[in-house]
Write a new protein. Structure first.
Length: 154
């Protein structure tokens, strides 16, 4: 490996490490807002986007293994925010729906997040947003592609 490749690899690894540190707040298991974690909010948000969400679809959205998906959903079921039911169409499948309280909590957490998300968005100059979002998407795609062969992301 050439000296230039080593420097480029180090630069890429530093970027990846720094990105992980910056977004760590979004991946913590600590309470974020309204007695739910950020990941639990992502579940509420995914379920809110459809009338019913299959547990298998949520597994793909979260990009975690099936047992982790179940572990993340269980507290939301216990809190009465999410209802878990056998699918009408496939008795092996589990459908998730929001309860009335789940919809209310989802709305309140979105209100809580509004300032955070707005600060991120407005922190990127408007003229560069499309370029920045595209560059981040490209970077994430490259990371996903690099993980695929070693199956580290499953």
């Amino acid at each position: 490996m050439t000296h230039q490749n080593v420097e480029s690899n180090q630069e890429t690894l530093t970027l990846l490490s720094d990105l992980c540190k910056v977004v760590r707040c979004c991946r913590q298991d600590s309470i974020f807002c309204e007695n739910v974690t950020f990941t639990q909010f992502l579940i509420l948000d995914a379920v809110s986007k459809s009338e019913k969400l299959r547990m298998a679809e949520l597994h793909q959205i979260l990009a975690v293994d099936k047992s982790t998906t179940t572990r993340l959903v269980n507290p939301l079921v216990r809190q009465g925010l999410v209802r878990r039911e056998k699918s009408d169409h496939d008795l092996r499948a589990i459908d998730l729906t929001l309860t009335r309280e789940g919809r209310e909590i989802h709305t309140r957490v979105w209100q809580c997040l509004a300032g955070f998300v707005d600060a991120i968005r407005t922190g990127i100059p408007e003229a560069k947003r499309t370029e920045v979002y595209g560059a981040v998407e490209t970077f994430m795609g490259a990371v996903r592609n690099a993980l695929s062969p070693c199956q580290c992301n499953e």
